[in-house]
Design a protein around this ligand. Sequence first.
Ligand code: SF4
Ligand code: SF4
Length: 509
Amino acid sequence: MAEVAAPPYRVIPIIPALKVGATEGLKPFVASDKINEAIGFPGQLVEDWHDRAIAKMGELLSKYRSLKVYMDACVHCGACSDKCHYFIGTQDPKNMPVARQDLMRSVYRRYFTLPGKLFPKLVGARDLTREVLDEWYSYFHQCSECRRCSVFCPYGIDTAEVTMAAREILDSVGYGQKYSNEIIGKVHRIGNNLGLPGPALLDTLEGLEEDVKDATGIDVRFPIDVKGAEVLLITPSADFFAEPHIDSLVGYAKVFHATGTSWTLSSMASEAGNFGMFIGNYEQLRKIALRIREVALELGVKRIVVGECGHAWRVAYSFWNTLTGVGDGADATDRFAQMLQKQLDHRYKQPMHICEFTWDLIERGALSFNKEANDKHIITFHDSCNVARGSRMGDFAGGQFEIPRNIIKAVANNFVEMSPQTTREQTFCCGGGGGLLTDDLIDLRVKGALPRMEVLQQVVDEHGVNFMATICAICKAQFTKIMPIYGFDRRMVGGVHQLVSNAIILGDK
Ligand code: SF4
Ligand code: SF4
């Protein structure tokens, strides 16, 4: 990997100077024939790509009414323009959310509006040329679909949805992204994003049981494929082997152990992540989600709990109900969704986030902690985009912000907030979300992390913060990679359940 340097910090508040063309042509690797065809897309750019792309755009405009509203409603007020971490980090004006939308809006106007058909130049309409298509590929892969810009738009225009539509069109003409499409293929073939086969998973879990026994003297189990278990835990595959993710998996297991909950992982659905959302493809989103239903039915579980993964929780919370029947609103004509509805125990939320699970137990006094075990940490919390702006948690508004913080305060003595303009609903993306966590985009990832690194530096300087907790596998992977470039120790990042794991007092259940 080429040497990557962190950009210098700026004085806050920041109005980035423009650097026209700064990231022009920056793009991730294009997927090969084999990768694309394995998931049902054309292998490479088809000859009639122009007509097919316009037809696909028409299909999406009629299918997703929101997309048509977003194409028509923007008044170019500029409120979103300086809200994107990639614009702040790269200073390329095409990374302003409004400019990113305009890449598609200009084509929409040309082919789908009368003024654009008659007087294209007057209304900023453009033909879809090969140059425009390449520009789409580049700049729609410089958006992490984080939705921060939509918080500031008076019309609620969601650039993430525009990005998803653009990627869907690109895939439909054989111009897909290697990283995301390869991962989707692995999920279908092997069961998880990392391509970790069942026996390796089993080995890892056995090794973890031994490690926890050595550290605590207690037999904490990491069960897999157990029929009749009460809880099915669906967690990102990074939890099985990546650092610091694995420490949160240990935390979940200790919570289940401490409360005598019967639980299981699944070798077939060993992945909570769903990259179908990142590429905006409904069929892939559904196919990936259906693995979870299949496993839940096969194992006969009563509850489905989701581990620390931002976009996985968004998919689970917002889409699993209609996709799979987990949660309310299952399709009445879908026999398997109805079977699952009958099987699950509706005294509990379905699905439930692991933080809700743990916080509920803490509130009921079912868990005990030695908070001093976390005294070496001065902790702050990074809200992950898809949890903060794409879902909820618990039974109250803002539960997705409060519940993880409540857990941290219950298990540790030292907690500090970062600047309120960069947390909760206004949180900045880590810089690696939305299918961009790939080394071919490392320069973009480093620059996109700049706003978060700047405010982290503030709490480090003012309060001595030395641990940033987060509940997203992508945030953890991105931060551990880029924080050393900014001069931080990579071990400063970890999960909320890593802190739970440190402090929990285990019985002998
Ligand atoms: S969704 Fe996020 S990454 Fe995309 S344009 Fe908006 S702020 Fe930038
Ligand atoms: S804030 Fe909304 S209306 Fe204003 S420029 Fe951005 S997308 Fe358009």
